[in-house]
Every structure is written in structure tokens, then in C-alpha cells.
Design a protein around this ligand. Structure first.
Ligand code: KIV
Length: 264
């Protein structure tokens, strides 16, 4: 089977085929996730919370994301690997280039993800100019949890929804080739997905996005604490990890996940 590339994902969007994304942090899960038919493996900085037991994603280092990306890359067969740029590892375009170089050259990532809108446009331009594929991330930005005052739905009022739409267009214009929308009202996420040419992947952003992503440990119900409303525990109704992963992919593909109860 040929590699999944950003062109594959672009074609899936054009053909209306939903894209299934999951976080992965190690080789064994990567094998199972790929077998279930997931197209994109996200080495998310959520690893700080679900692997390391940190309270937020902020303490995660570039070394740690490189290490987990290497583990995923060793097992990966054809899915696209996206690695998160950790907090404060892209505070200037020059620093972002150094971080992306490590994630791609040492880790084996094929795309990097960074959080933020207008403030990141020059960084996105510089990365793209240096052949680094970029996934942007808008809505709830976990690395900004202290500025936002908690993990809350974003873009509920007209003014913040308008800013999100402007940011999404500007990021696409700057060269971002994919966008994650986190904790955004379903109607707004649907509008942004329609407006953009690049694939839009939702998490807590309703079923109208071009694809869905969940944190692996959340959708298997093994993360500690209360699960966010937008998560569904797929292990509960299936009983085995391979069946849970397959049920997730199926539900993303047929549009039954997320349902209204997992959306805002
Ligand atoms: O770090 C992560 O897992 C993420 C997802 C929540 C999209 O960024």
C-alpha cells in the first residue's frame, strides 16, 4: 500500500471521505492503530498528561517528543506522522526551524503541529519555506491553558468566531496544509471546514469536519480523571483494543462519531 501523504488527505477531503486520526506514542500501539485503518498518527504533547502524568502539556520537551516520534516511526508502515511542537519550542521562527528539524530528522515526523493563529503566521511561512509541512491548531489551545483560564469551548461568541475564521484562512494562506480545531461549536467548525481547502481535523468540534482525532488513552478509557464530554470510550462497547480502534475508525468514516452528545 502506498504511503499516506498530505496529497492523499487533500484528495480524501475533496472526495468527502473522512480522515481518521489518533494520537500514538509508541511502536506497539502504532502497529494496532495502523491495522485499524487510521490515516494519521499524531505524536501529541498530550503525552505529557497521559504518559507522564503531568497536569498539562507545558512541561513536555522537544527531546521527549523526538523520543516518542522515533518509537512511532519505527513501527509505522504508511500512515502520516505528525509531531507536536512543544510549548516554547517555537517562540521565534528561528527556534521553530530548529525544533522542526529535530522532529523530522531525528524523530522521523513528516509534518509538525503548532498551536496559535495570527501570532504564528510568520513562523508558519518560514517553516513552509524550508520544506516543513505544517498542521495548525486553533480553538482550545492546551499550551495556552493558563492564559485561557482552563479547558473551555472557544469561539462561542460572534467576535471570537470571526477571529477564528480569519486565523484559519490566514494560516492556510501562510502555507499550513492541515488544521486541527479543538473544542469549537460544531456549526463554526463546519463553516471553517467548508471555507478551507486544506483538511480540517476536529476534536470536540462536531461531525462536519473533514476528519476526527482523539487522544488514544481517552478513547480507550485508560486516562485518569473525568473524560471530556467530546470523548467516547470505544473499548467499553467492544471489549478488545483492536475492536475499539476499528470501531473508532468506522464511526469516523460513517460520520456517526462525534454524535450530538459529544459535540458543542
Ligand atoms: O497533543 C495532542 O494530543 C493534541 C490533540 C488533542 C489534537 O494536540
Amino acid at each position: 500500500m502506498p504511503d499516506i501523504t498530505i496529497t492523499t488527505l487533500q484528495q480524501m477531503k475533496q472526495q468527502g471521505e473522512k480522515i481518521a486520526v489518533l494520537t500514538s506514542y509508541d511502536a506497539s500501539f502504532t502497529r494496532l492503530i495502523e491495522k485499524a485503518g487510521v490515516e494519521v498518527l499524531l505524536v501529541g504533547d498530550s503525552l505529557g498528561m497521559v504518559i507522564q502524568g503531568q497536569e498539562s502539556t507545558l512541561p513536555v520537551t522537544v527531546d521527549e517528543v523526538v523520543y516518542h516520534t522515533q518509537n512511532v516511526a519505527r513501527a509505522r508502515r504508511k500512515a502520516l506522522i505528525v509531531a507536536d511542537m512543544p510549548f516554547m519550542s517555537y517562540s521565534s521562527a528561528a527556534q521553530a526551524l530548529d525544533t522542526a528539524a529535530r522532529l523530522m530528522k531525528e524523530g522521523g515526523a513528516q509534518m509538525v503541529k503548532l498551536e496559535g493563529g495570527a501570532t504564528q503566521l510568520e513562523t508558519v511561512r518560514q517553516l513552509v519555506a524550508h520544506a516543513v509541512p505544517v498542521c495548525a491548531h486553533l480553538g482550545l489551545l492546551p499550551q495556552s491553558v493558563h492564559r485561557l483560564g482552563g479547558y473551555r469551548v472557544q469561539g462561542r461568541d460572534e467576535a471570537s468566531a470571526a477571529v477564528m475564521k480569519e486565523d484559519a484562512l490566514a494560516l492556510q494562506q501562510a502555507g499550513a496544509q492541515m488544521l486541527v480545531l479543538e473544542c469549537v461549536p460544531a456549526a463554526l467548525a463546519g463553516e471553517i471546514s467548508q471555507m478551507l481547502e486544506i483538511p480540517v481535523i476536529g476534536i470536540g468540534a462536531g461531525a462536519a469536519c473533514d476528519g476526527q482525532v482523539l487522544v488514544l488513552y481517552d478513547m480507550l478509557g485508560v486516562a485518569s480523571g473525568d473524560l471530556p464530554r467530546f470523548v467516547k470510550n470505544f473499548l467499553l462497547e467492544t471489549g478488545t483494543i483492536p475492536a475499539a480502534l476499528a470501531a473508532y475508525v468506522q464511526a469516523v468514516k460513517d460520520g456517526s462519531f462525534p454524535a450530538a452528545e459529544q459535540s458543542f
